[in-house]
Design a protein around this ligand. Structure first.
Ligand SMILES: C[S@@+](CC[C@H](N)C(=O)[O-])C[C@H]1O[C@@H](n2cnc3c(N)ncnc32)[C@H](O)[C@@H]1O
Length: 299
């Protein structure tokens, strides 16, 4: 489980320190998600990026739609500070860049009411952490307003995400299996469940496309060492490692390193991963227009 307190505390801190490597791990997925977002993004109006983290998705959208007002919202002050630094850095080399992009820190469910109404709500893996998903999705829909489009990504089945299963294999830990909802990276992995939640929250025309992508865990002269260091700090390996005894920790790290070596391709360690890209709209029955046939590329 990953709670709001984790994001404002230790997990947010690690993600802020690791934003370059998390962006790298999501880069292949981002190709698909960014294409899906740009496909529906208006030229003007307002967009909200929920759980924007270090700002990658907002920054990419701002480049594609410079006249669109974009607000990235995140719980973590530290991640919002990085997003603002990246924006300032971009503007320092191009003063006209992303003129209508801003980042706010706070709970998106509350801030969406202030920041909205929006024509577009986007999120890269930022919706899986709400304690009550239907209430949160409904609040976001109400705040966004009539006719808003929603485009977001979330992880697919845990068994198809090697960065998670390699943690089980290397550390001997097992993922907690529970029928009860718990916020976390795989909380939205069941597409039927998410479809129900979206419908209950009043979003309609929901469609999901499954995307297989390359999760780049390590890179460079020693990509396996880079992957071990990255996965030891982010995600499923981090906790069992932190909780292991001093005697067990080196054994787990050696196992992890050996397993990651099997995924080395040249100067990168690439783990197979899988995500859903969702699209939905907030349209009243009277203005219900059939969605077009957009599908992100499948591999
Ligand atoms: C997996 S990270 C993804 C970050 C970013 N979208 C990216 O792709 O790099 C999830 C993000 O959602 C944020 N988050 C979780 N719950 C939130 C909430 N209720 N309001 C705003 N942000 C939230 C976290 O702080 C975290 O930055």
């Amino acid at each position: 489980m990953t709670s709001a307190g984790n994001w404002t505390g230790r997990v947010g801190h690690v993600w802020a320190a690791e934003w370059r490597r998390t962006d790298r791990s999501f880069a292949d997925l981002a190709r698909h998600l960014d294409a899906a977002i740009v496909h529906v993004a208006p030229n003007t109006g307002q967009a909200l990026d929920i759980g924007c983290g270090a700002g990658a998705t907002s920054l990419t959208l701002a480049e594609a739609r410079p006249k669109l007002a974009i607000t990235g919202i995140d719980l973590s002050d530290e991640l919002v500070a990085i997003a603002r630094q990246r924006l300032a850095h971009r503007r320092s080399s191009d003063p006209g860049a992303a003129p209508h992009l801003r980042f706010l820190s706070g709970n998106a469910v509350a801030l969406v009411q202030e920041a909205g109404p929006a024509d577009l709500v986007i999120s890269r893996h930022g919706l899986m952490f709400f304690p009550e998903p239907v209430n949160a999705l409904a609040a976001i829909r109400t705040g966004a307003g009539e006719e808003a489009s929603l485009v977001f990504s979330c992880f697919g089945d845990r068994a198809r995400n090697r960065f998670a299963t390699i943690a089980d294999d290397a550390t001997g830990s097992t993922a907690a299996l529970s029928r009860d909802y718990a916020p976390g990276p795989f909380a939205f992995s069941d597409a039927d469940q998410v479809a129900e939640w979206l419908a209950a929250a009043g979003w309609n025309e929901a469609t999901a496309a499954q995307v297989a992508f390359d999760y780049v865990a390590g890179e460079g002269a020693d990509p396996v060492a880079d992957a071990v260091s990255f996965l030891s700090r982010i995600g499923a390996v981090a906790r069992p490692l932190a909780e292991a005894t001093a005697a067990d920790r080196p054994i787990m790290l050696a196992r992890l390193s050996a397993m990651l070596s099997d995924h080395r391709i040249g100067d990168r360690v690439i783990l197979p991963a899988c995500a859903w890209i969702w699209r939905a709209r907030n349209v009243s029955a009277s203005s219900n227009i059939a969605p077009d046939r957009f599908r992100p590329p499948m591999r």
